[in-house]
Design a protein around this ligand. Structure first.
Ligand code: CP3
Length: 353
């Protein structure tokens, strides 16, 4: 847990990151700014995804759209885990998923990657975050983020037709030394990129490791967790850290126990109670409604959300979220209902049944 003085006001999200009790359960959702929102689709008719990530007024507009509509307890900077990859020297476009101009296949490709420092490699960070902060005002804290090293590496290696990360896992198995060098470059860039986000004014940072759970538990621990941990440890004290891996098994969860993240985002396939028991009480958790539930019917949204809240049983350090990103097909009414359900829910006294 991050301790020490904080100047941030008592936002429920930040209190939960610090493990402090709070009468309300904070809620935000992964990919909360995106295609399920009509106002996002309207803006995207006129501007490209990359423009929305890098032009300050557009990024501010998109980032606050879900805050204005639903009053979420946290905003997340509108960007993508592949944006800093452009700064490493690989042009990326989006259609809508990321399309890389070339992929990492050999050692020479790894050797070509160069991070020139955040100011040069990702110059949009400062003006964009300033604009978001201004537009957001004091309505909610702002989460900055990056992809975790294994997940970014897997996107650099896979060509989009990836079967269970065949290429990335084969690279790791045949050439662990150069896979480690690839992770080193990504770690160095990501630390610098996240520090730039913090310097520009984000309140917390989150690492997305959505591909890492495709590794077997021992390799997940040795490769993905170790690399993510190097970033987490390099973050300034006092900035809450969140780590989200699609980590579907007890074996995966066990390796989170000793990590230096304040909060772990939980996969929709694990139970909150079980995950908490495995990860241990000194960490918060975030999650983990199955995004499929938000497709309807509304009664089921209420039932499933309340089941998760009940399972947490009022323990502090809990942030309500989905167990993976929201789908573009999601009806906005169900999102509004979810927020209302979490807000209305009053937890029975803390105590484990
Ligand atoms: O949460 C938020 O609202 C912040 C924005 C955000 C985006 N991508 C916007 C986005 C975040 C945090 C991400 C993270 C991300 N990007 C991850 C990790 C989390 C996860 O969901 O697995 C990954 C693996 C990516 C890579 C990526 N970018 C993919 C696979 C896609 C295609 C998604 C799809 O549903 O088709 C993208 C594009 C992307 N990133 C979009 C958005 C809103 C859609 C772009 C568009 O508007 O056309």
């Amino acid at each position: 847990m991050t301790h020490g003085p904080s100047l941030a006001p008592a936002f429920p999200f930040l209190r939960a990151c610090r493990g402090e009790p709070s009468p309300e359960t904070p809620i935000w959702i992964m990919r909360q700014a995106g295609r399920y929102l009509p106002e996002y689709r309207a803006l995207r008719e006129r501007h490209s995804f990359l423009e929305c990530c890098t032009i300050p007024e557009l990024c501010a507009e998109v980032t606050v759209q879900p805050i204005e509509r639903f009053g979420f307890d946290a905003a997340i900077l509108f960007s993508d885990i592949l944006i800093p990859v452009i700064g490493l020297g690989i042009p990326v476009s989006f259609n809508p998923g990321p399309v890389l101009e070339f992929h990492i296949e050999r050692r020479e490709d790894v050797a070509r990657l160069k991070w020139k420092g955040a100011a040069e490699s990702t110059p949009h960070v400062k003006p964009v975050i300033r604009a978001v902060r201004e537009r957001l005002a004091a309505r909610a804290p702002l989460i900055g983020f990056a992809g975790a090293p294994f997940t970014v590496a897997s996107y650099l290696i896979e060509d989009g037709r990836g079967r269970d990360l065949m290429r990335a896992r084969a690279f790791l198995s045949r050439d662990p030394e150069w896979f480690a060098r690839l992770l080193d470059v990504i770690v160095e860039a990501t630390v610098d990129y996240l520090k730039a986000q913090i310097a520009a004014g984000v309140d917390a940072i989150m690492l997305f490791d959505t591909q890492a759970g495709l590794l077997p538990p021992t390799e997940f621990a040795r490769t993905a967790v170790t690399a993510a941990e190097r970033i987490l440890k390099a973050m300034p004290k006092g900035t809450p850290t969140l780590y989200f891996a699609l980590a579907p098994s007890v074996g995966h969860l066990e390796s989170l126990r000793t990590m230096h993240a304040d909060v772990f985002g939980l996969d929709y396939r694990v139970s909150v109670a079980q995950a908490r028991a495995i990860i241990g009480g000194s960490h918060g958790v975030q999650g983990n409604l199955d995004p499929a539930v938000l497709l309807g019917p509304p009664e089921e949204v209420v039932v499933q959300a309340e089941a998760i809240l009940r399972e947490n049983g009022g323990r502090p350090g809990f942030i309500f979220n989905l167990g993976h990103g929201i789908w573009p097909e999601t009806p906005v009414e169900n999102v509004a209902l979810l927020v209302q359900t979490v807000r209305r829910f009053r937890t029975p006294a803390v105590g484990i049944p």
